[in-house]
Design a protein around this ligand. Sequence first.
Ligand code: AQP
Length: 375
Amino acid sequence: MPHNGRGVTMRGMMRCTAASVFPFITIRKVTFFYMSISPRPQKVVFSGVKPSGSLTIGNYLGALKQWVHVQSDFKCYFCVVDMHAITVPQDAVELRDAARHVAALYIACGIDPARSTVFVQSHVSAHAELAWILACFTSMGALNRMTQFKDKSAKQEVGSVGTGLFIYPTLMAADILLYQTDAVPVGDDQKQHLELTRDLAGRFNYLYGDTFVLPETMIPPSGARVMGLDDPLHKMSKSETSDFHAVALLDPPDKVKKKLMRAVTDSGSQISFSDDPERAGVNNLLEIYEGFTGEGRESIEGRFVGKGYGDLKKAVVEAVNEGLKPIQARYAELTHDARYIDSVLANGAAQARAIANQTLDTVKDRVGFLRPAPL
Ligand code: AQP
């Protein structure tokens, strides 16, 4: 079995010509350039998105854009995490459609099912089984500290919050640990869940011997936390219902324009990156521009010297529409053939099951579950 030491510390990764192709990626606060040819091609990446609404440019910049880059260097598992989606109420018909829609968007954004395993979480029952085992090793105190639980439960009536929302991080830990994952490319909001995953894996390894790889968090250098356009102090979320909160990946250009031109800014006039909450709106627009163009911060600031917020917004509209154009075109092609998406997901589930069940069997043995005797 793999052991803790196999975690992707990215030692040995170095500056190379791929710097122009691959972005800086921050792994546990250490920034590296990716190499175009990884010295360890079998390192594993796992990540997923909940089919709980229209995917936003936040999901894209925080997660999917990184996924596309890492697929040439890692064995990747990209999962549509529908079991996470039901931690808040969902309509059954919409949820089923959303699972296909999200898988199609993965591919439209550049995920290649011939290289990466694309599958739906509920198709691989090992996720639920390992989540239960891990839940038995997780304290309520640790789960109570999760800020996402606090935020999401605060939006529901007291007393009606589901247990699933509370133990969501143990399911997420199972998702990741089943594949002996080295690195998890996610937005900044998932850092705390990743820390818990590492703690759980470490505790299990300590108690039962090396069983899980300890995964590293892979946070992008820009777009790690895209903020709401209507409220730049809160993260952009796909399940927010306000019309001017988020740009969806499938929004047509005029809608993108309308939303971005109405983005909340401030009463000042300075166009520069800033941590000042008063200037969060302008900083958010600049980060979106940076995420879509890949241009350096100094150059971006230089570009807007002497210009106003209106000019900034127009430039962001152009950059976002330019970035979304190929994604939307590819998505339109894919939706002509639902059977293609279903076959990708069926193949993906078969590949995922084979790996996930190996880890699950080891875990079951180690905790002392009796193996069924052959008939
Ligand atoms: N605003 C964001 N900026 C950067 N990254 C983001 N992510 C989500 N929002 C932003 C990243 O997208 C991935 C998938 O997230 P998820 O759907 O599993 O859960 P989430 O983080 O709760 O995303 P949403 O959009 O806020 O969904 P809802 O509204 O349904 O809860 C993760 O890698 C996440 O970091």
